[in-house]
Ligand binder design. Structure first.
Ligand code: NAD
Length: 507
């Protein structure tokens, strides 16, 4: 049929179904078919039309064990003995490698997600490369702390801190921004001298696999970067997070999954970094720059078909502006044309899968049952015959429901938002905070004092004023409340990916 080991992430299948690509695990510097008990191939379907676009090797427990062992061996071997300068050079070479193969990454990401190519070209792939450079720069430049202390004998002591890698890091990733979110963890993990075993989402296996080729070409020692494909419970996700050879686990995904991973990490008291769900509010004051607020809110609701953890699903608009804001947002939503990724007029792609579409459509139905006014959308767009099997939904806006409704409380993760009026700053802060999540918020106002007050009072990890998704990668990123544990970004990533050791020297 085909080689069980290969140097290419993706290859054609020379057997029974010649059209399907094969996506393999990347273990110890080589591509491997799944092996041992539980090993099998699963289908990856296109979100555009539900056709099978690849067959993916589902890693068995034995495969995950091999990946963890390779990662441990690399720590003890050539990788562990590199200087920071040598590691930094390799990470820059990885970033350059992604840029050199930009079109391959673009094609793989777009095939897996169905997202507009223009979006992946501007965000997913460039950020995938940038994540290696920024963390290389951080580790190169970060200072350490030192304290001189006095002692009773008068001779004193000197304390200084040094950082060491935590070891093998398990990296469990979601499907919405696959390369970007995966490298956001792998970049700092490797910069700090760790090795990784990555479990990409079963929906988006291709770019993580492809990155193995770039690692090899850049000269990253084998075993430093490993990829195991599969699902969560009873599959690669569980095998990675329960493996005793994994020293720390970093996860991005749903809050419920994060809680399960935290339980798995309790065995062996291993640290976790969790980036989880959100139900993010936009707060629009009547004194805002109207056009900027509309443009920003349209993006925050609908970019990536609403499948962005930072996306807005609750919009609070100060009452004097309410009708005008709803009308303008409706007009903007109705301009978003669903279509093929490569078509320049495409404003929105499909959702990731039929399963996710069923979830989003169940909320669309529920909103109507609860008495919402559907401002626009609420169903499935009329697509050309060849795309009808895809996971398409309409961009959707509702009014007429309150904060208690599940539409205002639960994360839907689709291109939709509930718009609600408010009358005072104190009221809107209270209402925006009355939610179990606390990831991000966008505040739209020209009143500077109010912007600072509300940003300070809102219970989130990230507050934007007059913008959304504007990211300086040196800043802290993470969620409050049930949206996350820990912060990543800039020096904050070092807290998780290194052990800080204090050395106390008596003089
Ligand atoms: P998910 O939780 O379903 O899956 C995420 C990953 O976890 C996948 O790789 C999956 O296979 C794996 N997994 C599932 N169950 C597991 C288990 N029991 N043990 C180990 N691994 C397991 O999330 P998703 O549907 O892929 O992504 C969407 C979610 O991610 C949304 O809730 C979104 O808000 C969240 N998200 C958060 C951020 C953030 O930075 N806070 C960023 C992007 C997405």
């Amino acid at each position: 049929m085909h080689d069980t080991k290969s140097t290419a992430a993706v290859s054609g299948e020379s057997g029974r179904r010649p059209e399907a690509k094969l996506v393999r695990n990347f273990i110890d510097g080589e591509y491997r078919d799944a092996s041992g008990e539980g090993a099998r191939w699963f289908d990856k379907r296109s979100p555009l039309d539900d056709s099978v676009i690849a067959r993916v090797a589902e890693a068995s427990r034995a495969d995950v064990d091999a990946a963890v062992r390779a990662a441990r061996a690399a720590l003890a071997g050539p990788w562990g003995s590199l200087s920071i300068a040598q590691r930094v050079d390799l990470l820059y070479a990885v970033a350059d490698g992604i840029e050199r193969r930009f079109d391959d990454f673009l094609e793989a990401e777009v095939a897996d997600t169905g997202k507009p190519a223009s979006l992946a070209r501007h965000i997913d792939i460039p950020r995938g490369a940038a994540n290696f450079k920024i963390f290389a720069d951080v580790v190169k430049n970060v200072p350490g702390e030192s304290f001189e202390m006095t002692t009773p004998d008068g001779r004193g002591a000197l304390n200084y801190a040094i950082r060491r890698p935590v070891g093998v890091v398990g990296v469990v990733c979601p499907w919405n921004l696959p390369l970007l979110l995966m490298t956001w963890k792998v970049g700092p993990a490797l910069a700090c001298g760790n090795t990784v075993v990555v479990k990409p989402s079963e929906e988006t296996p291709q770019t993580a696999a492809l990155l193995g080729e770039v690692m090899n070409a850049a000269g990253v020692p084998r075993g430093v970067y490993n990829v195991v494909h599969g699902f969560g419970p009873g599959s690669a996700g569980e095998f990675v997070t329960t493996h005793p050879g994994v020293n720390a686990i970093t996860f991005t995904g749903e809050t419920r999954t994060g809680a399960a991973i935290m339980k798995a990490a309790a065995d062996g008291a291993r640290p976790v970094s969790l980036e989880m769900g959100g139900k993010n509010a936009a707060i629009v004051f009547a004194d805002c720059d109207f056009d900027a607020a509309i443009e920003g809110t349209l993006r925050s609701c609908f970019v990536n078909s609403g499948q962005v953890c930072l996306g807005t699903e609750r919009i609070y608009v100060e009452r004097p502006l309410f009708e005008r804001f709803v009308a303008a947002l409706k007009e903007g939503a109705e301009r978003l044309r669903p279509g093929r990724p490569e078509d320049a007029t495409t404003g929105m792609g499909p959702l990731i899968s039929q399963e996710h579409r069923n979830k989003v459509l169940s909320y669309y139905r529920k909103a109507v049952e609860l008495g919402a006014t559907v401002v626009t959308g609420g169903g499935v767009p009329d697509m050309p015959a060849d795309l009808r099997g895809g996971a398409w939904v309409q961009p959707t806006l509702w009014t007429g429901l309150g904060d208690d409704s599940p539409i205002a409380r639960e994360e839907i993760f689709g291109p939709c938002a509930l718009i609600m009026p408010f009358d005072s700053e104190e009221e809107v802060v209270r209402r925006a905070n009355a939610n179990e999540y606390g990831l991000a918020t966008a505040i739209w106002t020209t009143n500077l004092a109010r912007a600072h007050r509300v940003a300070g009072a809102i219970e989130v990890g990230i507050a934007w004023v007059n913008s959304w998704f504007l990211r300086d990668l040196r800043t802290a990123f993470g969620g409050a409340k049930q949206s996350g544990i820990g912060r990543e970004g800039g020096v904050h990533s070092l807290e998780f990916y290194t052990e800080l050791k204090n050395v106390c020297v008596k003089l």
